[in-house]
Design a protein around this ligand. Structure first.
Ligand SMILES: Cc1ncc(COP(=O)(O)O)c(C=O)c1O
Length: 397
């Protein structure tokens, strides 16, 4: 069963011809246009040598602009960063944690890298406050209770990486602002599959990598900062490309460029901009609303099929709380989830390994189960097929 999106775009992704690729929350499929993009990169470098920088510097803004239009931002308010961890460190390095307002709030469902960073920032006075979730979802109320007048920053995970749960971040941002706190949103698992409008959300900072749902390959991430905050932010992590006149090589101190380029720090990941461009163009052409509509059809189908077989769904079921992926455990029941948290290796992992051996590309995240992340290029039949294959493996076939 091939809908129009899959019919039109599948042929751009060669891996779909050789596998049932259901892992776009980990590494999106590579568009075939990436090959010619990389040839373009080597051609520019080979023929223009050092003059390539005249092409490469404006290229940062071009690709940042493609990300900006996918998150409702103006192009000038988004720029390239190395990854979300470094983006968070850049922001952390703008903030003063020496006073009473030093609390950093995030959920225990956040991707660990954020926790590692903020725990490390204790050295500079930050006091991480980790909200305890139920393992799948974090109630908005828990954020509201945790964010108080001592909160400096809330690090929100837009879609949780393990369960695929989509957090309604607007009321949390509103409350944080009432309390005088900033909010940094990690949209890694949302961008490319869930519509984002940074202006409507009144986001202070939002960052995402492009390797997952945005099918842009590893190595590049992008960050939005609210225009009125940009000039206030003076990152202590700073480099020569953040200077107003980088080729004047001023000593000893930086004079920050106006706007987002102050966050550029140092040498930029040019090949990664090339790998990111084809899919970003494609997403702009399709529009995220159409992708979301298709994604909900795919996950609706996944829920229905998993239910038919009695497999546990360790993700929120409501459409409004679902990102693009669902985590399914064909072995255990959801109720025993917490009890199993301490013994991550079990038969579900073996089923996942066997699925991969049979070219159903998914992954395993203990204690929740097997993450299945279909994207706009997948056909509904592939959902039926992966669930059917789980059944076969369980039945010893
Ligand atoms: C929600 C989320 N945040 C962040 C990351 C990665 O962060 P970084 O760009 O620092 O590697 C991932 C996955 O790799 C993720 O799923």
């Amino acid at each position: 069963m091939m809908d129009t999106l899959a019919a039109k775009y599948r042929s751009h992704f060669p891996i779909l011809g050789t596998s049932c690729y259901l892992i776009s929350n980990s590494l999106g499929a590579m568009p075939r246009e990436v090959e010619s993009e990389l040839q373009e990169y080597t051609k520019i470098w080979q023929t223009e040598g050092v003059e390539s920088w005249h092409t490469w510097f404006p290229f940062v803004d071009e690709v940042s602009g493609l990300v900006a239009s996918l998150i409702g931002a103006d192009a000038k308010d988004v720029t390239l960063i190395h990854n979300l961890t470094i983006g968070s460190a850049l922001i952390a390095s703008c903030l003063d944690f020496s006073g009473k307002r030093n609390k950093v709030v995030y959920s225990d469902l956040h991707f660990p890298t954020i926790s590692y960073l903020w725990q490390g920032w204790r050295k500079y006075g930050a006091i991480p406050h980790v909200i305890e979730s139920d393992g799948i979802w974090t109630e908005t109320e828990k954020y509201i209770e945790a964010i108080d007048e001592n909160t400096k920053l809330v690090a929100l995970s837009h879609v949780y990486f393990r369960s695929g749960g989509l957090q309604d971040i607007k009321p949390i941002i509103e409350h944080a602002h009432k309390m005088g706190a900033l909010v940094m949103v990690d949209s890694y698992q949302a961008a490319g599959v869930v519509p984002i409008d940074v202006k409507a959300l009144d986001c202070d900072i939002l960052a995402t990598g492009v390797l997952k749902w945005l099918c842009g390959g590893p190595g590049a991430a992008f960050m939005y900062v609210r225009p009125d905050l940009q000039e206030q932010f003076l990152p202590a992590i700073r480099g020569w490309l953040g200077d107003k006149e980088p080729f004047e090589f001023h000593m000893p101190s930086v004079t920050f460029e106006h706007g987002m380029h102050r966050f550029l720090t140092s040498s930029i990941q040019v090949p990664c901009l090339h790998t990111a461009r084809p899919a970003l163009r494609m997403f702009n052409e399709i529009g995220i609303d159409a992708i979301r509509e298709k994604s909900l059809q795919l996950t609706d189908r996944l829920i229905a099929k998993a239910d038919e077989h009695g497999f546990a769904i360790n993700s929120p079921r409501e459409a409004s709380r679902r990102g693009g992926a669902l985590t399914i455990d064909p072995v255990a029941q959801a109720s025993s989830l917490r009890a199993r948290a301490g013994s991550p290796r079990h038969a579900t992992k073996d089923i996942c390994d066997e699925l991969i051996r049979r070219r159903f590309i998914v992954d395993y995240r203990p204690p929740l189960g097997i993450r299945i992340a279909p994207h706009f290029y997948n056909a509904l039949d592939e959902i039926d097929a992966v669930i059917q294959e789980m059944r076969r493996i369980l039945d010893g076939n």
